[in-house]
Ligand binder design. Sequence first.
Ligand code: AMP
Length: 436
Amino acid sequence: MQPKVTAVKGFRDVLPAEARHRRRILDAVERVLESYGYAEIELPLLERGELFSRSVGVTSDIVEKEMYAFEDRDGTLVALRPEGTASVVRAYLEAGLSRSEPVARLYYQGPMFRRERPQKGRYRQFTQIGAELLGREDPEADAETLCLVEDLCRAAGIGKVTIEVNSLGDAICRPRYRDLLAAFGRALGTRLCEDCRSRLDRNPLRILDCKNDACRAATADAPLMMDHLCEPCRRHNDRVIELTTAAGVALGENRRMVRGLDYYCRTAFEISAGGLGAQAAVGGGGRYDGLVAELGGPETPGIGFAFGLERMVMAAESAAAGAITEGEGAATGPDFFIAPISETAAATALAIARRLRGVSRVVELGASDRKLKAQLKLADRAGAHWVVILGDDELARGRAGVRDLRRRRDYADCVDLAAAGSEIVGAVEGKSKGEA
Ligand code: AMP
């Protein structure tokens, strides 16, 4: 035997049972997004590398260590997108939406790529569903976004979630706080890990979310952005909390949350769910008022978030205690299995299958070179409701019988082989109803 080719590390297949579950979650999430006025945008997987270095930031882990970036054959530096916000903003500017649609609500879904260390819930290709609201800087927009986040979690059936918020300040108060924190960090010397020490010059905020226990202990009483907000940022934050709480959405505060991406300002949030083990974050987002200008557009505020679909599926499964109930994740099996038992019957089987599919019935076709017994076994395994057996006798009579696998009954000659799909369905369903 030839050696097998396996998938690339961190890249996984989504098999049908999981794909069904993902589709169900995506459908539910998309309905909520549309009910909030968001419209879908489809974006390319490959972008210019500079899009991410100028937005996510050169000092972020994503750009520094995790991006699949390479030179294209013509020398252009390109990257597989590690996230969606930068692409949405690029597209918004490229299509001139900043002029025609000063307030835009856009959502996207699809694969993202980050070369992280793979583990359960963390992959190198994963799927995000995200939304961006561009052109609104008022705290009401933040509050509505947080309501959307909660409604979306509920619709996805991912169980109890915790939404934690923080404020990351703005271009006025953050640089001041950054210097303060960097000075605090420098005074700690080697109590900080090597990674954190190197962060002090480039991105000192990151010392607050280092996973290293010694760093956590050393920074336990570090100054926090929340205590150093400028007056407009403080007012913004207070109003967001007030409005969101009034809307009945419970928020937790996490004053050490910094988010890994450079572009966030003011409101930042993270959503965690149960059943996810070490990777408890199911989604995250925040405000990014400087990003559009950073990418060459007019000063335009924005706020958005992204959820990881793989983690939503894990959380939903854990919320349902592993029980995928009928009609949700479970396969329901085809309505009809048509078993042709001669070569001539195969053509008729094909034609009838298409007529039935034309009236929205799910039909699986057997192969005429298989014995009837083998075909019936397949029908059973697929969970088919009705089996139609087609042989030369049936073709000669122009009629075939139906076996109801759920009730274990046979109905002789109830299918007229020349009839329309709807007539066949009517005759078969009529028989079953008559028996019920
Ligand atoms: P981020 O863009 O880093 O804020 O991530 C938003 C969400 O995407 C996270 O909360 C996760 O649910 C998901 N996510 C991020 N990175 C990964 C990954 N490597 N594997 C699976 N899901 C991920």
